[in-house]
Design a protein around this ligand. Structure first.
Ligand SMILES: C[S@@+](CC[C@H](N)C(=O)[O-])C[C@H]1O[C@@H](n2cnc3c(N)ncnc32)[C@H](O)[C@@H]1O
Length: 238
């Protein structure tokens, strides 16, 4: 008997953000759990699984075969979106990679700035760099979702082609906040990122390199802004 197959909280949160019935491309699919689960549960009719390397793509093929959805999934061995035409990907999920790799994948594609696509991005690190890229690239972040898994708080960014007011230095680290936004974990996230920045500032204070002095100033500015955002957020919760 096959064991029922469920997603981790991180991937389940990504799955829950995929609108029903869309044409989906999952880039860097590895095991293929996200697209296989979405097809198996009838959330999407078809999906593309893509990966840069053959071994992960074989894992995705095996999982799709195991759950009898191979005929509904197309497999592409390619770098990022390079073998995925625009019309086949209304929604693109890119999860479980560094923010810099995700930014590189979006940047390399010819069609990511065209209307009619949504990007659900879940960086494991470098979220600040990804926000910085999106802020300058014509992709507007319209929602951020925080997902706890064990001790870790993962961030999911939802973006679509469009203009976004440039992010401030603090917002690059923690995203934009607005009164009334639904985000029960935001207070914890602000505190976590503030502590991370403060630790980075202490590290940079020990450095003799001139470029680190410059970097430290930006980090201090970001930390100061996030401190103010935290006060604002706490006042909204009363
Ligand atoms: C850690 S796995 C993430 C798997 C899954 N998306 C998740 O979130 O659990 C990252 C996968 O991305 C793939 N990858 C890395 N760079 C890529 C690129 N430029 N284009 C496509 N796939 C890439 C790797 O081969 C690997 O299988």
């Amino acid at each position: 008997m096959k064991r029922p197959f469920s997603l981790s909280p991180r991937l389940q949160a990504v799955a829950d953000l995929v609108p029903p019935g869309v044409r989906l491309a999952d880039v860097g699919t590895d095991h293929g759990r996200l697209p296989v689960w979405l097809v198996q549960h009838g959330r999407v009719d078809r999906a593309i699984c893509s990966d840069l390397r053959p071994a992960p793509l074989s894992r995705a093929r095996a999982l799709a075969a195991r759950w009898d959805v191979s005929d509904k999934i197309s497999f592409r061995l390619c770098d990022g979106l390079s073998d995925i035409p625009a019309q086949e990907a209304e929604v693109v999920t890119i999860a479980g990679m560094g923010g810099e790799t995700i930014a590189d994948i979006l940047h390399a594609s010819r069609w990511t700035g065209e209307a009619g696509h949504r990007y659900i991005l879940q960086p494991m690190s470098g979220t600040d760099g990804l926000r910085r890229y999106l802020s300058a690239s014509g992709l507007a972040v319209f929602q951020e979702v925080l997902v706890p898994e064990g001790e870790t708080l993962y961030v999911i960014l939802l973006a679509e082609p469009g203009e976004m007011k440039p992010l401030t230095e603090g917002e690059i680290w923690v995203g934009r906040q607005s009164r009334g936004m639904e985000s029960p974990l935001r207070g914890r996230y602000l505190e976590q990122e503030l502590q991370r920045l403060r630790r980075a500032v202490i590290g940079l204070e020990r450095s003799q390199r001139p470029e680190d002095a410059e970097k430290r100033k930006w980090y201090e500015l970001a930390a100061w802004e996030i401190g103010n955002m935290k006060k604002e957020w706490d006042s909204w919760q009363q």
